[in-house]
Design a protein around this ligand. Structure first.
Ligand code: UD1
Length: 429
């Protein structure tokens, strides 16, 4: 397996173009199951997760073609017909979001058999809200031997769905299913993440009638069929925040382009509070830090527009060198501090109690061997390593490859000392 070696201490100077959002791209790819015409997605990130979903979609009958378009990477997805409505365990377990093919399969064919995604390192992550939403839309759902068997032979019917708490995946799933239902659906207490707006824009370009996406009430008037469309994937706000934090940790001046400040405003405010200079532009931002030690600040993760849970590990990395004690409260996932013991291997002082981590800033971090435990945690370790003395070796970087495109290239272009060591194919301990 590959590893990443980082020698800390280099300041970052330069520009980093932000890629299309992984979390949007994979839901948009699933939307291609809803039409027999081609869906062309531009500004596509090229990641392990998008490749994995492409594999699943091909099994279901989608022709997936990756192109280098005039404005960057594109993917054209064409599902003339569904040849199989089965999403097997070996694919769904590798990426939970694959589960979101269930709704489109029922909407298009009236039946589906999709594996339950199973547990994951950052918590139990059940799919009960997804299943309740599909039931409300009229699907009959049975669970046997780890699979969801869903039937709606006469099609789905619009419904009022009030989510008991905010779930990004369940809101997206309900939207993907309701666009082809008979009648109107109203989703309340819906997630407001920008990826919801992106999915609605794409579905509307395909002929759907979705309004209110990006607010907590989404109204979907079902239509009989959807058609092909071209849609550009929004900027990856987690990649944006990650590189903003990398620049703050290493010091220097980095301009992030092809992205939006409003997507990460909650983070930028906290970074400014800590003493980082942020200049906002129409197409991104410039992050500056010159020498002075940062101040410890408190953060709590929350649904959008709150502080993103997917930036919590990276922010914790920044706080390891801040002056004072930072309290980081995780409210979205119950087991999302697995990076804390790994950061401690670099010399960080972190005490975790339940959903709260207290980070007492230290003067220096020392490079060490560390292990990536999940996608966002892995990049938190990279950020810490940028400011650590000596070399840090991060193993299990397959986690990182799920969601960060050409990370070592993007950081090296700004002067960071980051290189990938290609593995010999042997599994690591
Ligand atoms: C998505 C993102 C993930 C991000 C998360 C929160 C993708 C591919 N992933 O994940 O990167 O960290 O939003 O912003 O877009 N829950 C239930 N039952 C359900 C569904 C969710 O109890 O049926 C719980 C989860 O366990 C979690 C909380 O709800 O505690 C929020 O999860 P959710 O918003 O659904 O996250 P995902 O869509 O899985």
């Amino acid at each position: 397996m590959d590893r990443i070696a980082i020698t800390g201490g280099a300041r970052l100077m330069g520009e980093i173009p932000i890629s299309g959002a992984k979390n949007s791209a994979i839901k948009l790819m699933a939307a291609s199951l809803l039409t027999d015409e081609p869906l062309r997605l531009t500004n596509m990130p090229r990641l392990a997760d998008t490749r994995l979903l492409a594999r699943l979609l091909r099994r279901l009958g989608t022709e997936v073609v990756e192109l280098d378009g005039e404005d960057g990477p594109e993917t054209v997805l064409h599902t003339r017909e569904i040849v199989s409505a089965l999403a097997p365990y070996d694919l769904v377990r590798q990426m939970r979001a694959s589960f979101n093919v269930l709704g489109p399969l029922i909407a298009r064919t009236g039946h589906a058999k999709v594996s339950l995604p199973g547990g994951c390192t950052i918590g139990a992550r059940p799919v009960d809200l997804h299943l309740e939403a599909l039931r409300a839309l009229g699907a009959s759902i049975d669970l046997h031997e780890g699979y969801v068997y869903a039937q709606a032979p006469r099609g789905l019917t619009g419904a009022e769905i009030a989510f008991p708490f905010v779930s990004v995946g369940a809101t997206e799933h309900a939207m993907l299913a309701a666009v082809l239902a008979k009648g109107t659906s109203v989703l309340s207490n819906a997630a407001c993440e920008p990826e919801l707006g992106d999915l609605a824009d794409c579905l509307n370009a395909m002929g759907a009638k979705v309004s209110g996406a990006g607010t907590s009430t989404i109204v979907i008037e079902g239509v009989e069929r959807l058609h092909g469309a071209t849609h550009s994937v929004i900027a990856d706000r987690i990649e944006t925040g990650t590189y903003a934090l990398a620049a703050a940790m290493a010091g220097g001046q980095v301009r992030l382009t092809n992205t939006r400040c409003d997507f990460v405003e909650a983070l930028l405010v906290k970074m400014e509070e800590a003493g980082v200079e942020v200049e906002r532009h129409d197409d991104g931002m410039t992050i500056r830090r010159n020498g002075a030690r940062l101040k410890a600040v408190e953060v709590e993760t929350d649904p959008y527009p709150g502080f993103a849970t997917d930036l919590q590990a990276q922010f914790m990395a920044l706080m390891t060198l801040a002056d004072g004690e930072s309290v980081i409260t995780e409210t979205i996932f119950e087991n999302r501090f697995m990076h804390a013991p790994e950061l401690s291997r670099l010399g960080a002082e972190i005490a975790v109690h339940g959903g709260e981590a207290r980070v007492r800033g230290v003067e220096v971090l020392e490079g060490a061997q560390v292990m990536a435990t999940d996608l966002r945690a892995s990049v938190g370790l990279v950020i810490a390593a940028l400011a650590a003395n000596g070399e840090t070796m991060v193993s299990r970087v397959y986690h990182l490859d799920r969601g960060f495109e050409r990370l070592e290239e993007k950081l090296s272009a700004c002067g960071a000392n980051v290189r990938r060591i290609i593995g010999d194919g042997e599994p690591e301990d």
